[in-house]
Structures are given as structure tokens and as C-alpha cells.
Design a protein around this ligand. Structure first.
Ligand SMILES: [Zn+2]
Ligand SMILES: [Zn+2]
Length: 330
């Protein structure tokens, strides 16, 4: 099989041994395609992932071999996530599932940018689902990224009709805006790039240039999908006293000063949200299936041997999000 590995700061296709069950429980899947996540870019650019690593986790795939107690069978087309919480540790008991040691240590192997992948029995039992028939492969590949957003929306714990300002309208901002609307909040999106503003408007959601936000606009919650210093200034300017700032992005340089007095005197709540629980993923799939969130036209498709270009185009903001079609047409 072919697999895409990191080698000398490049992503290169290599031939590798086929993945086999070899008596293990679980399934071998043939990957149709895999979304390129912002976290893959971070791991690649900041050299967090070593040479030989196979990135990718937002897969849509067909089961080609299986030994499982679940109902899945050969030929099923599925979506899955990569991490599974233990459900028992201090983090899991407090709802911080993405901090769980077991969650961090579980993964799909070797990685999503690979023609074949091994899914453990735990994956099949907790985070894999049949791909809904009304979704294309690309649409279904949003199962995991949208799960992260569903989690963030739940963590914000807002009231019906609350004003939410989404700062940054990349793919995550577009998805978050739609998810927040689906949950009944009054969403406004802002960015500096005209095309992105227009794109959010095409979903019937208010969007404007951040420099045109009225001075008296007040948000109950700010959704930070950008980690830029300017975005933090925007958040502090428009969050109402007593409001919340939800941090949902990493920042390339972590020197941003901690706004102690703003948080203290204005009684602000600042909270982070990272990776989804199995329940968040289930809700994500329901949102995709019911068109509560529409993901059409967000991703640009690349062939497997164009994977380096997909990384380059994402890093240079030429595209919003990439989907790598791993399976060849023949
Ligand atoms: Zn992801
Ligand atoms: Zn745990």
C-alpha cells in the first residue's frame, strides 16, 4: 500500500507493507479520503511530528477486514475519530476527556494519509459510525472537525438567543458559526478577508469586516477561531462585562499577555476547548446528516500524490481546507 510520511520537512508517498489484523480485534479499512486538519499543519510546520510519521485523522473509509463484536461488517463505509477516553480517570470524570491519558495515547495507525489503516475494537465500539447515505465522502470527513466545534459550543454553555461573535472565518469559523446558529444562538462572524465574509453570508449568517463592527456591539460570548494578537484585542473590546471568551485556536507564538485586570474587573470567563468526546461526535454526525451544518464547498480536493501541494496551499491560505482523496479511481 501507499502511505504519506514526513521526510526532511516534506510529505512524501512511500510504499509500505499492507496493514493486517494478524489475529487482533478491530478492522482494517481502505481509506477513501482524509481531511487535512489545522493540527496536522501545526505538527508539520513546528516539527512536532518526527520523520516517518503519517499524519491525518479525519477519515472516510471502507472496512476490508474485520474481527469485532460490533455490528460493522466488511464493505461498510464508515467515519471515525482517532482518540478514545477511558471514562474513569480524573479528567474523564470531570468532562475533560481530551486531557485523558488514554485519549492521548489512542490513535488510528499508521495515520489517515494512508491507503490502509488499522482501527482497534475500541474505535469501532466508541467513535466509528456508518457514513450517512445522504453525505458525500468529503462532507462526511467533517465528522471529527465538527465534533470539536460541537464540544466548544457545549462548553460555552450559553442561553437561547445569546449574541455570539465568531472571530476568524477560516473553515473552523464557518463551521462554528453554523453550529452556533443550529443550537439557537444569534451569530455574527467577522474577519478581515472579504471573500470569507461573503462566504459566511452565503449561509444566511451575519458577517462583516471586523473594522466595521459597531462600537456598541456587545457579545455574550466570543468564539476565537484565530489566535492572532489582534483577535484577542477584538475579543476584549466586544465581549460584554461578565461574558465569555472561548479559545479555539493555537497561536504560533505564545507570548500573548494574560489580560489579568480585564478578566478580574470585568468578571470575564475565558475557557478553552480542544478535542471531542464520543457524545460530541455523535451530535456532529447528526448535525451533518440533518444539514444543520452545511459543509459543501469548504474543502478543496487533492489527489493522494498532490498531498504536499495540499499542505502548501493550506499554509499559504490559498484554500480554506484540503481533503485528500487517498483512494485512486481505478
Ligand atoms: Zn481534526
Ligand atoms: Zn480518562
Amino acid at each position: 500500500m501507499k502511505t504519506a510520511v514526513i521526510e526532511n520537512n516534506k510529505i512524501v508517498l512511500k510504499n509500505a507493507e499492507d496493514v493486517k489484523l494478524d489475529g487482533r480485534k478491530g478492522a482494517i479499512v481502505k481509506v477513501s479520503g482524509c481531511g487535512l486538519c489545522g493540527s496536522d499543519i501545526v505538527k508539520f510546520v513546528h516539527k512536532i511530528a518526527k520523520d516517518g510519521t503519517v499524519l491525518g485523522h479525519e477519515i472516510v473509509a471502507e472496512i476490508i477486514d474485520i474481527n469485532s463484536e460490533t455490528e460493522f461488517k466488511k464493505g461498510d463505509v464508515i467515519v471515525t475519530s482517532h482518540h478514545i477516553p477511558c471514562g474513569k480517570c480524573v479528567y474523564c470524570r470531570h468532562g475533560n476527556v481530551s486531557m485523558c491519558e488514554h485519549f492521548k495515547s489512542t490513535n488510528i495507525r499508521p495515520g489517515g494519509f494512508s491507503e490502509q489503516v488499522y482501527l482497534s475494537e475500541e474505535h469501532l465500539q466508541n467513535v466509528a459510525h456508518l457514513k450517512p447515505e445522504n453525505l458525500t465522502d468529503i462532507e462526511a470527513s467533517f465528522y471529527e472537525p465538527l465534533g470539536c466545534i460541537v464540544r466548544a459550543v457545549k462548553r460555552a454553555n450559553l442561553l437561547d438567543g445569546d449574541n455570539v461573535l465568531v472571530v476568524g472565518l477560516g473553515s473552523i469559523g464557518i463551521l462554528a458559526s453554523q453550529a452556533l446558529r443550529a443550537y439557537g444562538y444569534n451569530v455574527t462572524g467577522c474577519d478581515l478577508i472579504a471573500e470569507r465574509i461573503e462566504f459566511l453570508k452565503s449561509f444566511g449568517i451575519k458577517a462583516l469586516d471586523v473594522r466595521k463592527l459597531p462600537d456598541d456591539y456587545m457579545a455574550d460570548c466570543i468564539f476565537m477561531t484565530s489566535g492572532a494578537d489582534r483577535a484577542i484585542d477584538t475579543a476584549l473590546k466586544y465581549v460584554r462585562n461578565g461574558g465569555k471568551i472561548l479559545v479555539f485556536s493555537s497561536t504560533p507564538h505564545d507570548e500573548s499577555s494574560y489580560p489579568n485586570n480585564e478578566i478580574y474587573y470585568r468578571e470575564l470567563t475565558v475557557l478553552g476547548s480542544y478535542s471531542p468526546s464520543p457524545a460530541d461526535l455523535q451530535d456532529s454526525l447528526d448535525l451533518l446528516k440533518s444539514s444543520g451544518v452545511i459543509v459543501k464547498d469548504i474543502s478543496t480536493e487533492y489527489k493522494f500524490d498532490e498531498i504536499q501541494k495540499a499542505f502548501d496551499d493550506t499554509m499559504s491560505n490559498k484554500i480554506m481546507k484540503a481533503y485528500i482523496k487517498v483512494k485512486s479511481d481505478d
